[in-house]
Design a protein around this ligand. Structure first.
Ligand SMILES: [Zn+2]
Ligand SMILES: [Zn+2]
Length: 114
């Protein structure tokens, strides 16, 4: 069973403002938790927005709490499940394009280990 990294960080007030300005209807979490596979190389990353309307154009990325950044990157387009009878057919990766580690839908993991 693969676990997510889960490293947690709080965005600054300015970063919350950037995320809120993108779509004022969104609620911005007080703490972000890294969605990458545990043990991944490179920076931590989490979805900066929780809206499904405009699919996750902003991400929060960090090495540690002193260098949190909000970045715009396209989403990873990997999905799992070729069989329409398989509920996993609708699982798409929730990470940004070019991310480290395996793909994840939040519950399922697939692809190459880091
Ligand atoms: Zn991480
Ligand atoms: Zn992916």
């Amino acid at each position: 069973m693969t676990d997510s990294c889960g490293n947690r960080v709080a965005p600054t007030a300015d970063q919350v403002q950037v995320l809120t300005d993108e779509d004022g209807n969104l609620s911005i979490p007080e703490v972000f938790a890294c969605s990458l596979e545990a043990g991944h190389p490179g920076q931590h990353v989490d979805i900066g927005q929780t809206s499904d309307e405009n699919y996750h154009p902003l991400w929060v990325t960090w090495h540690d709490a002193t260098n949190v950044e909000v970045v715009r990157r396209p989403p990873c387009e990997s999905g799992v499940g070729e069989d329409p009878d398989d509920p996993r057919d609708e699982a798409y990766c929730l990470l940004p394009d070019g991310h480290d580690g395996q793909h994840t839908s939040g519950s399922d993991w697939w692809g190459e280990a880091p």
